[in-house]
Structure formats: C-alpha cells, structure tokens
Design a binder for this molecule. Structure first.
Ligand SMILES: [Mg+2]
Length: 368
C-alpha cells in the first residue's frame, strides 16, 4: 500500500517593516533646517529621555532611550525638539493604510513598526521581497520617509533582518538560509535579551547562537529560567508565533493628497465622488462590521486638518455632502481662505478594536 506523503510544512512569509529613526525623520522632513544637524526628539529637561535621534546624532553615540544629559555630553551640538505626537500618529495611520493594500494580517508593534504576514497574498506574484520593496516605495513616494524591512519565514528572523540593512534597506532570509543566518548571531541581538541577561549568558560562556545550539535547554535553564526554551528555539531559527492581529477594525478610511490645492466646496465634492466607490470597494472586503459613523477629513495648505463626523448606518453620499459643507467652512481661518491639500472619507464601526499593545507602548513613551 502506498504510504501517504508527509504533509509539506507551510512556509510563512513574514515582513517586518520598521521606519528609519521615525520621529526624527518626520521632523527632518518637515523642517529642512534640521536635516544636516544632530537631532533628537524628546524632552530637554534634566530628567528627560530621548525618544529617538537621527543618524548624524548616532555617530556621536547618541541613542534612543538615553538621558538628554548624557546625550548632550556626547554631542553638545545636539538639537533636541519636542515631539509632535499628533503628526506621528497621522503618518503612522497612513503607513498602516499602505500595509493594508497588501495584506489584512498586520500586527502593529508601535507607531513605526509592524509585522505583516503575506504568506497568502497574490500581490507581486506572491513575492514577499517584491511586496516589501513596493511598500517601502509607497511609503517614500507618499510620505517622503524611508523604511527598512526584513523578510523571513518567521517574526523573530524578520525583525532581526530588518535591522541588517538599515537605513532604507531590506534583507531577505529565505527558509534555507535561516540556519546559517542564526549561527553567528550575537545573543544580544535577540529580542528579550537585555544587557543583564546578556552578561549572565556571557559569563556562562554563551555569546552567539552557535554556543546555545551546542548546549541544551537543561544547561540554559539555571541561567535564564523559563526563557531557556524560547532561547534554544530561537538559536535554531525557530519561532512559531502567529501574528497578533486584531481583526476587528474600528474604522475604515480612504484619502487622497491632491496634486494641486483646491478651494471650493464643488471641487471637494468632485474628489469625494471619486473616493466614494473606492471606499465602498474596501468596505466590501471588511463586511460584517456594523457602521456607526461616517466622517470627512480635510487637510489645509498650512497642514492643519479638520474632521467632521456624524452618526450613520451606511455610507451615504448625501451625508458626505452635508459633512463637507461643515468642514469646508473651516477652511476660512481669520478671514483667510486656506487651500485644501487632502480630502478623506471615514467610516466608524461598532465595537472598536482594542489595539492594546500599541496603546501600552505609546503610554510608556517618555513624557515629552
Ligand atoms: Mg523604527
């Protein structure tokens, strides 16, 4: 009798996308005078900590999470600016929207970092490498910011890989290269190994994954406790964690940045008429969600923006027109008629998803 062939393991395609020095990059984009100087985002008070810094500052040894005082000692020229969370959040939403063009399986880790599972997508002939390139191109074209990416069969390797060719680069570790990639990996590069754990491991003679592979869980346990199992697996390139995806959306948005500023309500309405079918097409993909709100967003030439929302059970053109009238009156500021550079439509759904991890991370950010 013919034996059944063993089931072929499904190889995943995970992309880890990480923006390059995100907050600092946004500041450099928006303020040209910051582009060629060492720059950090954070508080500059005596007890403040830096959120991030640009690559010029990094040449001086300045790092994120470093105290402002220490950073200034290393680099007296360092310019520290206060963060503009609202702007970063908006950019982050746009990046998230770009991700969603390629897959629904997105696990955000923070405002500027996410895992994407593209195992089953058909974009770019299913090539994760090409998808990562395309995502980075979209981010650059639409936001004028650079991102790096790691492409691998699991989250752990993808995350480490995204750091390999930073900034503005990507690194692919195909399944057959995982073993050799991990072999020489210094243990301190493994997420979860902080300076203290690394020191303990080093004292016990472990400094690379190779050392861990040559050992055993039993020998690692007295040093790192429960983490031994995960460490042993990681040293072999194994990470079976699924993406933690919150499937429940809280909203759906579509927006367009206009090539030329527009001024009249009529012009805005023409844009809305173009956007609405696209919004409906996307809505079809996320069926089963109960609509509770619809809204409109306008961004003005001075980059301020306004949103007007109202309760609604279905996306309705007439309602968007009413919302537009309201939003459009706000273009007038102190008697000056501002142009409109972006028009967006939103839908809000019942039972908002809890993106608890992202919230937790944001709350942990040092106060600015
Ligand atoms: Mg980053």
């Amino acid at each position: 009798m013919k034996s059944l062939s063993p089931k072929k393991p499904i190889v995943k395609k995970i992309i880890h996308v990480d923006m390059d020095c995100f907050y600092a990059a946004v500041e450099m984009r928006d303020f040209p005078e910051y582009r060629d100087i060492p720059l950090a985002v954070g508080g500059d008070g005596p007890r403040s900590v830096l959120c991030t810094c640009n690559y010029i500052a990094r040449q001086f040894g300045v790092r994120s999470a470093m105290s402002a005082i220490k950073a200034k000692q290393l680099c007296p020229e360092l310019k520290i600016v206060h963060g503009r969370m609202a702007v970063y959040k908006e950019v982050s939403d746009h990046i998230r929207e770009i991700f969603s063009r390629y897959t629904d399986l997105i696990e955000p880790l923070s405002l500027d970092e996410a895992y994407l599972d593209v195992s089953n997508t058909t974009h770019c002939q299913g090539s994760a490498t090409l998808i990562a390139e395309q995502i980075r191109t979209d981010i650059f074209n639409e936001l004028n910011l650079t991102a790096s990416a790691g492409i691998a069969p699991n989250k752990f390797i993808a995350k480490i890989a995204s750091d390999e060719n930073k900034p503005n680069g990507q690194c692919v570790i195909p399944p057959d290269k995982v073993a050799s990639f991990v072999e020489e990996l210094p243990l301190r590069k493994i997420p979860g190994i902080g300076p203290k754990t690394f020191q303990k491991l080093q004292q016990a003679g472990f400094s690379t994954c190779h050392d861990v592979r040559a050992s055993s869980i039993a020998k690692l346990t007295p040093i790192v406790g429960k983490f031994a199992v995960s460490l042993y697996q990681k040293a072999h390139g194994i990470d079976n964690r699924e993406l933690e995806v919150s499937r429940q959306r809280k909203s759906l948005a579509i927006e367009t940045t206009l090539a030329v500023d527009i001024y009249t309500e009529k012009e805005c309405f023409a844009v809305i008429k173009q956007l609405l079918p696209k919004l409906l097409a996307r809505l079809n993909k996320v069926s089963n969600l109960k609509i509770v709100r619809q809204g409109i967003k306008l961004k003005f030439t001075d980059f301020n923006q306004t949103t007007v929302e109202q309760q609604s059970l279905s996306p309705d053109q007439q309602t968007y027109m009413t919302l537009l009238s309201k939003a459009h009156t706000r273009a007038n500021k102190n008697g000056m008629q501002r142009g409109i550079r972006l028009v967006g439509l939103t839908l809000g759904f019942a039972e908002p998803c809890v993106e608890s991890k992202v919230m937790a991370k944001q709350m942990m950010l040092p106060s600015l």
